[in-house]
Design a protein around this ligand. Structure first.
Ligand code: NAD
Length: 484
């Protein structure tokens, strides 16, 4: 085993406990690289106690001082980018350039947190003579962040810098499939000067998540993962009277008009469906081709076929994921769809134990097929056809998800029409992965997000704080009026 058995991180240090262990795999080789403890209610409670002990001092520290930790943390992320990216590659499988991009995005998220003193000050107004109303933002208290396997470094950093800079103390429950990066994040934050107890890492799966949702001293829960689990977590956390923001899965539609720039559309669409082996909640999943788009599809075939598994595209997360994705492709083929780029036989010499799939494009799919409706979460793009943009939008609107949608066109009018009518929280024009960058917030619609607000950027400030409304009158001459 390359890495020692993992431990929870509580009160500023790693703590050992006699817990059941789960193997952690390198998806590129199938080798076991570590073991992760499966925590339950007791370990969550120990972590919450440590967070509660740290909360009074941390929440009373002025925000300008709190963010100094994150200036140093950002510099550490940048200084350690090679090591952190290698860790992401090892536990998640993504190729080096993608893993480095993930760390750079973590640095950008941290940069946003450093700007919070500039953008999160309260408001003040003299509401009647001598009387002032003001709003100050206070932390919520002990908060939790539950994260998925596809971005072991970035998704924890969606919540950690903002929530902690805004004065909360946090319990992070990383995915048990990619648990190693989380401990390194905790170590770097300590090196950056984060006081002990402000961040805890509690490893585990379902039991740990349920304990988080049930713990009476956790005030807010953020979740990122599949829609199935997002619903479970949202219902359980809110039934325990916590605030909850739960981001779920996706089925992103790209509408391609016949006037789209051929090269730009083809390269962006293939990059979107195959990047991170299709395991991004913003990945292109359904292309809706309007009228004659075969010239674009021909170019997409060339671009996808030129990709070399192991070099340009990493493995999917597990043997089970590879099997599930392959089943979707087999079923679509059996139903009459045409696999025009087939990644099912991908093998990387020397890494035969890895869970590789090449980019796969399936044409002549109909909207009623399972592969056109369900989240596949692999490097698979299906193509359905539409006669006009309204028909394309009907296909997009019928999806229960609503994370991302994009349109490829040279027409400003069509672009505006799609942006207005797509039922998704993040829409793009000539962009395959329309992720908003800071200070804009990340969050979908429909079954891709439960709760109010977004998880990053300005939209997250409301979630991680509570507003106190203060009314003061120090001016004795102010008099008495109908509001007094
Ligand atoms: P997942 O839902 O299986 O797991 C997410 C977290 O929930 C993990 O920490 C896991 O331990 C925990 N969990 C799993 N089953 C549970 C259960 N039954 N009860 C309680 N907790 C449970 O998701 P995943 O497979 O790790 O990640 C992939 C999914 O995440 C995809 O659906 C993807 O679209 C989604 N995702 C969404 C976004 C977004 O912003 N909307 C971002 C990244 C990933």
């Amino acid at each position: 085993m390359k890495y020692a058995e993992l431990q929870n991180y509580v009160g500023g240090g790693f703590v050992s406990a006699q817990l059941p262990l789960l193997d952690v795999y390198n998806p590129a080789s199938g080798d076991v690289i570590s073991r992760v403890p499966l925590s339950a209610a007791r370990e969550v409670d120990v972590a919450v106690r440590a967070a509660k002990a740290a909360f009074p001092a941390w929440s009373a520290t002025p925000i300008k001082e709190r963010v100094q930790v994150f200036y140093r943390y950002k510099a550490l992320l940048e200084a350690h980018i090679d090591e952190l990216a290698a860790l992401v590659t090892e536990e998640n499988g993504k190729i080096t350039s993608e893993a480095r991009a993930e760390i750079l995005k973590s640095a950008e998220l941290t940069e946003f947190a450093c700007s919070l003193p500039q953008i999160a000050p309260g408001e003040m107004l003299e509401v009647s003579r001598g009387v002032e109303c003001r709003i100050e933002r206070f932390p919520v208290g002990i908060v939790a962040s539950i994260t998925p396997f596809n971005f072991p470094n970035m998704v924890p950093n969606w919540s950690i810098p903002n929530a902690i800079a805004l004065g909360n103390c946090m319990i992070l429950k990383p995915s048990e499939l990619v648990p190693i990066s989380a401990g390194r994040i905790a170590e770097l934050l300590k090196e950056a000067g984060l006081p002990d107890g402000v961040l805890q890492v509690v490893h585990g799966g379902k039991d740990a998540v349920e304990a988080v949702c049930d713990h009476p001293d956790i005030a807010a829960v953020s979740f990122v993962g599949s829609t199935k689990v997002a619903k479970i977590v949202y219902k359980r956390a809110t039934s325990n009277l916590k605030r909850c923001l739960a981001l779920g899965g996706a089925k992103n539609h790209l509408i391609v008009m016949p006037d789209a720039d051929r090269e730009m559309a083809a390269t962006n669409i293939v990059a979107s469906m195959s990047g991170c082996a299709g395991q991004r909640c913003m990945a292109a999943s359904v292309m809706v081709g309007v009228q004659k788009v075969d010239h674009i599809i021909e170019r997409m075939k060339e671009v996808a076929r030129a990709m070399v598994p192991g070099k340009d595209i990493g493995p999917v997360i597990s043997a089970a994921a590879k099997e599930r994705i392959s089943r979707y492709i087999d079923e679509a083929e059996a139903q009459g769809a045409k696999v025009i780029v087939d990644g099912r036989k991908a093998v990387v010499p020397g890494r035969e134990g890895g869970y590789y799939l090449g980019p796969t494009i399936i044409d002549h799919v109909t909207p009623d097929m399972r592969i056109a409706q369900e989240e596949v979460f692999g490097p698979v793009l299906v193509i359905v056809r539409a006669n006009d943009v309204d028909e394309a939008l009907r296909v997009e609107n019928a999806s229960p998800y609503g994370n991302a949608a994009s349109v490829f066109t040279e027409s400003g009018g069509v672009a505006r029409y799609v942006m207005e009518h797509a039922s998704a929280g993040m829409v793009g024009v000539n962009v395959g992965v329309p992720v908003p960058r800071e200070p804009f917030s990340f969050g979908g619609w429909n079954e891709s997000r439960f709760g109010v607000g977004d998880i990053t950027g300005r939209g997250s400030i409301e979630f991680w704080t509570q507003a106190k409304k203060m009314t003061t009158k120090w001016n004795r001459e102010a008099g008495v009026n109908w509001m007094s």
